[in-house]
Design a protein around this ligand. Structure first.
Ligand code: NAG
Ligand code: NAG
Ligand code: NAG
Ligand code: NAG
Ligand code: NAG
Length: 359
């Protein structure tokens, strides 16, 4: 009996909370009468809406408008985070994969989600570029995050490029405990650039001069280069990459955990540092001791500017995280190429059916 009463009162208080949330929303709507009023999210108008949904739309302590209403953008942020968290819960490696997917999109003609476009019979995108083929992953997580945002925040259209930027930030936050602000408003390109992906991305066999040159074209200095390569504190390199001697630090060849030679699709993996699930300083301390895994990693010790940054980050996690976050913000603001047609894609892996004017 007591338990029925307490269940009933729990149910009543949830309904009360739901109604309170709805009335805050209504109140805010009328207080903003002079401004264009956005439609209620479709799910909030359904008779079946759950109090839990309302609570997640108005969580305490989240970014909110003065009246306490969770902003539409906050709805998008929580919809993406929900999917990213679930993907990383399922597979830790996905965190590193999402950061790399973001990097490989933004570094080629800006953050325009060009990398997310599938090849079709009449279109070749960036997914088969040297740096992407068999290695970029996480597309299905981005697609799920996009569809979650569409379902839960129907009044706030969000581009796939924005979703990718949020997902990379959420992955960083999940592993480092630190965070940074992602501003929204990116648009998705109606095209991609395979040649661009093949020439603009940095490969594991590239020397320091080449890396500095390519990052320089994107506006990053040598210290920012060293901070961004710190993403190799997470994740793995694939054996097909490591079995090619041009790509590996020669001192790491003996004892390498790959059965070289291997086929291009061999699933073997080696941690980019010995702690691939931890956003720590081990990547940098291994560079100082000559044990970087990739040839391109160890190259960071080949000039004083970059090796000074390596020792700075080895010695201070706070400096590493702050510089990494700042460089990620800069990366997330790289603009699409001039003149490219842009839109908010409905499905991240293909362009919308109807053409839109370039923005
Ligand atoms: C979970 O991760 C595995 C790889 O470890 C993958 O094959 C599977 O598709 C993932 N499941 C979900 C639901 O994402
Ligand atoms: C595609 O990439 C090439 C090589 O980097 C570059 O010259 C060209 O401007 C890019 N095209 C667009 C539309 O961004
Ligand atoms: C670095 O690589 C580029 C391109 O492969 C090459 O032209 C250059 O000579 C190399 N520089 C050094 C210092 O090895
Ligand atoms: C490393 O730096 C030295 C001199 O600083 C240079 O001679 C050498 O070519 C560099 N190696 C590579 C592979 O860039
Ligand atoms: C793009 O390719 C992926 C992987 O093959 C597939 O799951 C997805 O459905 C494709 N998207 C479209 C629009 O066909």
């Amino acid at each position: 009996m007591a338990s029925i009463v307490s269940r009933l009162s729990l149910a009543l208080s949830l309904i009360a909370l739901a109604l309170a949330g709805y009335s805050i929303y209504q109140h805010t709507q009328s207080a903003m009468e002079s401004q264009p009023i956005k439609a209620l999210p479709a799910w909030l108008q359904l008779p079946t809406f759950q109090s839990a949904n309302v609570l997640s739309y108005y969580p305490s302590g989240r970014k909110s408008s003065p009246a306490g209403m969770l902003s539409d953008e906050a709805c998008v942020f929580s919809a993406v985070k929900e999917v990213v968290d679930a993907a990383i819960d399922n597979e830790t490696r996905m965190g590193a994969s999402l950061i790399r997917l973001f990097f490989h999109d933004c570094f080629v003609d800006g953050c325009d989600a060009g990398l997310l476009l599938n090849d079709t019979a009449t279109f070749t995108g960036e997914q088969t570029a040297f740096g992407n083929l068999n290695s970029v992953r996480g597309f299905e997580v981005i697609e799920q995050a996009k569809q979650n945002a569409v379902a839960k925040c129907a009044d706030t259209p969000v581009s796939c490029a924005d979703i990718l930027s949020i997902a990379a930030r959420d992955s960083f936050e999940r592993f480092s405990g630190a965070t940074y602000t992602v501003t929204l408003g990116r648009l998705d390109a109606r095209t991609a650039n395979l040649t661009g992906a093949n020439t603009q991305l940095v490969g594991p066999s590239e020397n320091l001069t080449e890396q500095v040159r390519k990052f320089g074209i994107k506006g990053f200095n040598e210290r920012e280069l060293v901070a961004l390569l710190g993403s190799h504190t997470l994740g793995f390199a694939r054996c097909p990459v490591l079995c090619d001697n041009r790509n590996i630090n020669p001192v790491r060849v003996p004892g390498l955990q790959c059965n070289c030679p291997v086929t291009n699709t061999d699933p073997g993996l080696v941690g980019l540092d010995p702690t691939p699930d931890t956003f720590d300083q081990r990547y940098y301390s291994d560079l100082v001791s000559g044990q970087g895994l990739l040839f391109s990693d160890q190259q960071l010790m080949n000039s004083t500017t970059t090796s000074d940054a390596v020792t700075t980050y080895r010695d201070s996690i706070d400096t590493f995280l702050a510089d990494f976050a700042a460089a990620m913000v800069k990366m997330s603001n790289l603009p699409p190429s001039a003149g490219v047609e842009l839109e908010i894609r409905d499905v991240c892996s293909r362009v919308n059916d109807v053409s839109v004017a370039s923005v």
